[in-house]
Write a protein that binds this ligand. Structure first.
Ligand code: F6R
Length: 248
């Protein structure tokens, strides 16, 4: 099912497989344009997309050699080799299975000695390309995008943030305990995300149905960071049925 709310186009798909296929179509259109800059997300939401990208690559339908990537965020501090790092996640879930050029992959460096310097380096990189062509996003239960948590103002550039207890709790499902979850992260800011020429947000599950409805219909406020997407000109949400149930 396809819906439109303002400038936000929404696809509601039957299951994770269809959601992955739909997201892959949106992604492949941009990838096919030649050298492109793509913003990527971690977490469970984009995994069906990454699986479909790998399938399409193996079937000889997609070529990633012209793709430069910019990941949204990384825990801080964390070693790249740590199997909880987003660096590790991206290799495991996508990069090791497609023909990416390893020199063209950018992720905030969780090993940087000086986080402020690292934020500036990453920001300069994004600004130098004028924003990515397509930004893939997930969404937190509290409306965070990347790790921009509810706040009094919208953030601008890449910054070091304290994760909220609710995000630490949500992320603890990937760790053996709450205490093991890193409490800080380097994250692109809202301005970096809004600079993207196109945005693809993927979400699934009933638990996110309320925040998705709030994102689309609610007040635009930094207390719900994802609500800022109402102001972007080219946004597609790909949802599963449970997640999209408040939109129909
Ligand atoms: C990950 C990221 C986060 C996640 C969000 C949802 O790079 O930026 O905003 O997209 O926390 O996570 P999942 O998909 O695991 O529910």
């Amino acid at each position: 099912m396809e819906l439109k709310f303002g400038s936000i186009r929404v696809f509601i798909e039957e299951n994770a497989l269809d959601l992955g296929k739909r997201a892959m179509e949106v992604f492949a259109k941009v990838l096919g344009r030649g050298p492109v800059n793509i913003g990527l997300a971690t977490g469970s939401s984009p995994v069906p997309l990454y699986d479909e990208l790998i399938n399409a690559y193996k079937a000889g339908k997609l070529d990633f050699s012209n793709m430069t990537t910019f990941n949204l965020d990384e825990y801080y501090p964390i070693k790249k080799s740590d199997n909880q790092s987003y660096d590790y996640f991206m290799k495991d879930k996508l990069f090791n299975h497609i023909n990416v050029n390893m020199d063209k992959l950018n992720i905030p460096n969780g090993e940087a000695a000086d986080p402020a310097e690292e934020c500036k380096r990453y920001d300069d990189l994004i600004n130098s390309i004028g924003g990515v062509d397509l930004q893939v996003l997930g969404i937190g239960l509290n409306g965070h995008i990347a790790f921009n948590e509810p706040a009094k103002t919208f953030s601008r550039g890449t910054n070091l943030i304290d994760l909220t207890p609710s995000t630490i709790e949500a992320n603890s499902r990937f760790f053996s305990s709450y205490d093991e979850v890193p409490k800080r992260a380097l994250t692109m800011g809202i301005k970096n995300i809004m600079q993207a020429k196109e945005i693809l947000l993927i979400a699934s599950g009933e638990a996110k149905a309320d925040i998705i409805a709030q994102t689309i219909f609610g007040e635009i406020t930094p207390e719900v960071p994802s609500s800022v997407l109402q102001l972007h000109q080219n946004v597609t949400f790909v949802l599963d049925k449970a997640c999209g149930k408040k939109l129909v």
